[in-house]
Design a protein around this ligand. Structure first.
Ligand SMILES: CC(C)(COP(=O)(O)OP(=O)(O)OC[C@H]1O[C@@H](n2cnc3c(N)ncnc32)[C@H](O)[C@@H]1OP(=O)(O)O)[C@@H](O)C(=O)NCCC(=O)NCCS
Length: 164
């Protein structure tokens, strides 16, 4: 599919409900992210941490979102999602690139994330963005249906201060 015209900007107060609804919709897929239904959209929207949240805007609405959660240890953890009908058009790539810029500006030395091993789209996106697999956690996440899913840990060193 053709690349989309998408703008990435920091999340604002008025984005809370849209971001929560996007998370709830992706949770319904029970596939790519850890959150599963039911999602309390109102509570999620109210408690959303805006700092480190970036949104992708296309056709006047939010079509993707990424959050960098900075830790006191100097690395940031990311979580992201793109609306189902917008996938495969470069939105995820643009969000990861903007998150890397945000993390560098914040002085973080590394980004890390956890991804389910079956999530080939996400793993391809992270690899393309420079992340490498750093570990594999067995039967780490208990799903609503009782299944135990593995997790792959991935990381990206961000430059100055990098020790390899
Ligand atoms: C993972 C996700 C964020 C990717 O977003 P996206 O907007 O589709 O990503 P892009 O279009 O920028 O594609 C990035 C790369 O991913 C790969 N990719 C995309 N879709 C793919 C698919 N269905 N299968 C395999 N690889 C795929 C390609 O390598 C692509 O790069 P290319 O276009 O240069 O070839 C999106 O699929 C999503 O939101 N999934 C559900 C939630 C989720 O899994 N979040 C991540 C949790 S760790």
């Amino acid at each position: 599919m053709a690349a989309a015209t998408v703008a990435i900007r920091p999340a604002e107060d008025g984005d809370r409900l849209d971001m929560a609804q996007l998370l709830a919709a992706v949770a319904e897929e029970r596939d790519g992210i850890a959150t599963e239904p039911p999602v309390d959209v109102e509570a999620l929207a109210m408690n959303w941490t805006l700092d480190g949240s970036l949104v992708a805007i296309a056709d006047g609405g939010i079509v993707g979102q990424i959050r960098v959660h900075p830790s006191w240890m100097g690395f940031g953890e990311i979580g992201m999602k793109v609306a189902a009908h917008w996938r495969g058009r470069g939105v995820g790539t643009a969000l990861v690139s903007a998150a890397i810029d945000w993390a560098r500006e914040r002085g973080l030395h590394k980004l890390s994330l956890s991804v389910f091993p079956h999530n080939s789209a996400a793993i391809a996106l992270y690899r393309k963005s420079g992340f490498i697999a750093e570990g594999h956690l067995r039967q780490h996440v208990r799903r609503g249906n009782g299944e135990l899913w593995d997790l792959v840990e991935m990381g990206l060193l961000l430059g100055p201060g990098e020790h390899g």
